[in-house]
Structures are given as C-alpha cells and as structure tokens.
Design a protein around this ligand. Sequence first.
Ligand SMILES: Cc1cc2nc3c(=O)[nH]c(=O)nc-3n(C[C@H](O)[C@H](O)[C@H](O)COP(=O)(O)OP(=O)(O)OC[C@H]3O[C@@H](n4cnc5c(N)ncnc54)[C@H](O)[C@@H]3O)c2cc1C
Length: 513
Amino acid sequence: MSISAGPDVAARAESGAELRDVRVAIVGTGFSGLGMAIRLKQQGSDDFLVLERGEDLGGTWRDNTYPGCACDVQSHLYSFSFALNPDWTHLYSPWDEIQEYLRRCAERFGVASHIRYRSEVTDATWDEEAQRWRITTSQGPLTAAVLVLGNGPLSAPSLPAIPGLAGFQGTLFHSAQWDHAHDLTGERVAIIGTGASAIQFVPHIQPQVGQLTLFQRTPPWIVARRDHPIVPWRRAVYRWAPFAQRSVRALMYWQREIGALALVYRPSMLRSFENLARRHLAAQVPDPTLRAKLTPNYTIGCKRILLSDDFYPTLTRDNVEVVTERIREVRAAGVVTEDGVERPIDTIIVATGFHVTDSPLAQLVRGRGGQLLAEAWRDGMQAYLGAAVAGFPNLFILIGPNTGLGHTSMVYMIESQIAYILDCLRTMERRQIQTCEVRPEVQAAYNDELQRRMRGTVWTSGCSSWYLDARGRNSTLWPGFTYEFRRKTRRFDAASYALTPQEAPRVPAGLRR
Ligand SMILES: Cc1cc2nc3c(=O)[nH]c(=O)nc-3n(C[C@H](O)[C@H](O)[C@H](O)COP(=O)(O)OP(=O)(O)OC[C@H]3O[C@@H](n4cnc5c(N)ncnc54)[C@H](O)[C@@H]3O)c2cc1C
C-alpha cells in the first residue's frame, strides 16, 4: 500500500531542498517516532518527516546517560518485535546499548534520512481552510496532512518546587541532564528523589563522592533485579535460531502479564509480592532504624515497583545519610530541612521525574477553532485509545493518555498504536478521506469506562504518585492486560470517527510554489 499523497519529500530531503509539505509529520526519535517512521517506510511510504529537537536520535536513551542507567524491563522484551537484537549483552541493557540499537534500526530500515535534527516543534495548528497541520519548528515551517506526536511522556524533566532551589550556588542538575563534565569526587552531594533513576545511579556515585545525602519523601518498594550478562554462546544461539529468542521473549511477556492481573484485577495477589520486597529489604539492611525509614507505608504497586540489587546495600555505607525530614528550603550552599538542620552541599542532583500529566507539547498544539490541547485537557488528559483527541483532526499521539504501564514493556503499547494509526492511514487512502476525528461521545464513553475500571486497581489504593494528575485522576496508566489493548488497536474502527471526504487539494496560503 502507499499512503503518499504529497510531493516526494524523501527525494527533496536527500537533495537538501527546502521542505514544505508532507503527508505525515512525526515528532520525536525515541521508540515511538522511530517505530512510526519505520512502519511507514515498510508500508511503502516516503512522504514523511521526523522532527527531532535534539542533535541525535534515541529519546529517553539519548537523554538519560546517568551512571548505571539501564532499562528495567528485560531487553529481549523491551525492543521492537520486528527487530529483535540477539546481541544484547545484559538482561537489562545499559542506555548506550539501547541508543545504539535504535540507531541501527533507523539505518537498517532506511528512515535516518527522514530525520530533521535540531528541529524543535514550537507550534502546531490545525488549518481549517487547508485541512492540514501548520507546524512551526526551530528550522522553519512545514505543513502536514497528519501529525503524529511521539514526544514522549518522560522527556521533559521536572524540577521540584523547593524554595531557594534556583539560588543554589553549587552545581545543580537533573538526572536526565547529567553533567558529565562535573567531577563529583570527594564532594558533598545531595540527591532529591528516590525513584527509578535515583536507585540506579546512587550505587554508582556513592564510592566516588565524599558524603551522599539522600532526601527521601516516600520510600519505593524495591524487589531484586537479578541482572546478568547474556553469555556469548546464548547470543550465538539467538543469532543462529531467532525463534529461541522469540520464545524467551514470549515467556517474559506472559510472566509480566500476570503483573497486570495483580495490579488491576486482584490487588490482594500483591501481598506475596510485598512479602518478597520486605524480605529483600530485611536481607540487605540489617539496621532496624534505617530499615524503618526505607519501609513504604502504602500497598506495593500503588507507585512504580522498582528493581535493584545494590541500592539498599549502598545506603548502609558510612558516607551515606538517608534524610526523611522534608526539605524546607535550599540556600546558597546547603539544604535546610523542616527541623531547621542545614546540611552544606556542593552538588544537588535532582531525580524527581518528568512532566507527565502536564506535557509541554499540549501547550503548543491547537486543534479546531484554535483550541489548545492543554485547554481541551483542562480537566485532565484524555484521548481515545491513548491516540486520538476530539477536536484535533488527523492528530495521533503515541503513548498518550492511559497507555502507560506499571508491569511491562512500553514498546508493546507503542507498536499496538502504530498498527492502529497505519490502518487509519490506509483507510483514509482507500476511502479518499481528508480528515478523521474521533467522535466526542466515543472518547467520553471510552474514558468513563477506563475510569470505572481504574476504581478497583491498586493505583487508587491511597498513595500519591506521578500516575495521578492534579485532580487525583489516573490519566497515565492502562488499566488492563496489554493484549487487550492490542486487540482494541488491531483495526481502525472508522465508525468511532467523523470522516470527511477529500476535496480538490488546497495548498495553504503562503506555501504556494
Ligand atoms: C530512565 C528511564 C528508563 C526507562 N526504562 C523503561 C523500561 O525499562 N521499560 C519501559 O517500558 N519503559 C521505560 N521507560 C519509559 C520510556 O520513556 C519509554 O519506554 C519509551 O522510551 C518512550 O519512547 P518515546 O519515543 O515515546 O519517547 P522518548 O524516548 O522520550 O522520545 C521523545 C522524543 O521527542 C523529542 N521531542 C519532544 N518534544 C519535542 C518537540 N517539541 N519538538 C521536537 N522533538 C521533540 C525528544 O527530544 C525525544 O527525542 C524509561 C524511561 C526513563 C526516563
């Protein structure tokens, strides 16, 4: 099939000519944007561009380069189904291997030449007249019939609102923007946050720093990670017999789906998991006072369950202090807690996550009537199948609202959505459709059902987490098995959309050649 409708953009891209109009514009070069581009290419389309604000591809795996950064879903599963990598060196591969994998995918599937680096999307407005998206980027404007956002829910680092943080005179950086030029040797280092990133880098920097102070608001539940190298003979088997790797991947997938059963349908099943985590803590932290500080007081799974073998032992070292007192303020040279104690600090590393429920891109995308996506989401983000939003024709979001997972690989969700969007594009081509826009009543019913299902889940058992928005509504996670999501996204369901037929092509004013 071909979904090409505009000029031969790829050819113009090769020649370096100015780019003005494409059939599909994709934002981002993480698993989402690259996956979308690769699948388009595989379906015979060349009429697309990938807009990337960075200087390299990889998204999460380009930005998160902190010591010890690695995935926490096994690499066999955390990779594209159409591009298994027999050469993963570890069960949970480090960031640079994942980025290299994504680079190889971009080359192998011929999408590298479609990427426009240093092209930050600063505005995307639906042009009613032209029936196209007008997109402004830091490299100039373009228009597109279809806009696919793969800007990532965890790509905008979030700083905590602590008084005085901006006035800190030492070194300050976010874990997703690690300052590799800064030498931590012998320094007094404060870490704010104890989430998935902190537990990975704390064990790596502790031997190097003079004093490490970990400011913890809520302790995470942590279970053993049991990472290990994948020995060369195994890699050879995977290379020689790909079905062996597929079988391992399938096994991992189904083991993890049991997690959904517990998190969503039977939170009582989590009790044995909680006991496992308690035993892990007890085995690694003999000191009862420290253990008490590190014991969560909410049901396991309510916040993300973390994996680590070396975080707890690190916290028992002489140069580490775990502070559970809230931070009152940051001063020029130290951090002051609510009890009035000031600790002198040379470097603060902020590991407080990302803008998840308040994505910056929602402030830049305008649909029908100029309505901002952020405005459409003023009562909380919502979409249909996490991808389509009423009032925003020909717009698709990859891993948009309620597609996040607490138990398995996001790449599975991304590939499900890509298949759905491609089927939509094929349908548009076949039926000569100009615009497709999800019906508001379909979106509303879908979200009512999601929120109804959310009620029995562990995520609503009373903790505060980044899964919840300002109103306490869970607009981030998929409340079900992932195969259920795949089933729902297998085919584009045209009846759920308002479709308008193609008219004679209308080239936007100002872009006429
Ligand atoms: C440290 C860390 C570890 C993780 N580990 C796992 C794991 O083990 N398993 C798992 O399933 N998930 C994991 N995740 C979640 C992970 O984010 C997703 O799995 C996946 O990588 C998201 O891919 P993406 O392409 O949607 O977004 P991203 O990888 O975030 O890519 C988004 C891209 O969009 C670009 N972009 C954003 N805004 C603009 C703009 N305005 N203009 C142009 N370009 C823009 C960004 O520069 C970036 O390149 C992890 C996340 C983090 C932060």
